[in-house]
Design a binder for this molecule. Sequence first.
Ligand code: 13P
Length: 238
Amino acid sequence: MTRTPLIAANWKMNPLPEGALEKDSAYRPQSGIETIVFPTFLDMQSCLEAGLPTGAQYGHPDSVGAHTGDVSMTMLKKAGCQFVLCGHSERRRDHREEDSDVVAQAESALRNGLHPVICVGETESERRTKRHKQIVERQVRVLPLREIVTIAYEPVWAIGTGVTPTPEQAQDMHAFIRSLVPDARRETIRILYGGSLTADNALEFFGQPDIDGGLVGGASLKPAVFRAIVLAGVQARS
Ligand code: 13P
C-alpha cells in the first residue's frame, strides 16, 4: 500500500513566513507529495487566494451561536478552507479541550466537508510512567476512524523542545495507532509525526513504514527548511 506523503506546516500564532504567497513558495505542493499550511485565521484568506492548500488551526463544532472569539467549521468551509486541525495539544492545554471536544470537532468538520487532521500524543510524565500507549489509545479509540481523516501523533514533550523520540519509538507508536484503526481504513489512513521535526531528522522519521509525513511547527516558519523537509518526504517514498 502506498500512501501519498503529507507535510503540513502549523504556523501557530505567527505571521506568514516570508515569501509564503509567492509563485515559487516552498509551501506549494510538489509532485508526489501533498502539503497543507495552517495559518492564523487572519492569514487564511490570503493563503487561499494564493492557491495554497489551506487549513484552519481550530473550528467550533456548532454552526453559529454565542461563542465569542470562535469561528465555526461551517464558516471555514464557506471561506474555502479544506482542512482543520482538531485537538492540537496546545488547544487541549490552553483551552482545556477534552477528548469529547476533539471528537465533536472532527465530526463537525466531516459533516461540513472539511478534512480533519486530528492530533494525539502523550505528555512527558505519561511516557516516563510508561502510560503513553494507554493514553494514545484512549485518544484514538473515540475518533471517527471509519471516515477519511488524518491522525497526527505529536508527543507533547517533543513539541518545540528539540527533543524527539527515536524514529523507531515513533514508528512503534504509529504502528500501534494503525492497529487501532478499523480494517477498512487501516492501510489508507495517513498518520503524521509531529514534534521538533527539522531538515536534519525528517528523512529518518519519514523513512519509517507507518509514518506518512509530518506536522511541522517551528521549522515550517523557515521556507528553506520547510522545503528541505518536503523533499525528505518525497525522497522517503521514492
Ligand atoms: P514543533 O515542530 O515546533 O516542535 O511543533 C510541532 C507542532 O506542534 C506541530 O503541530
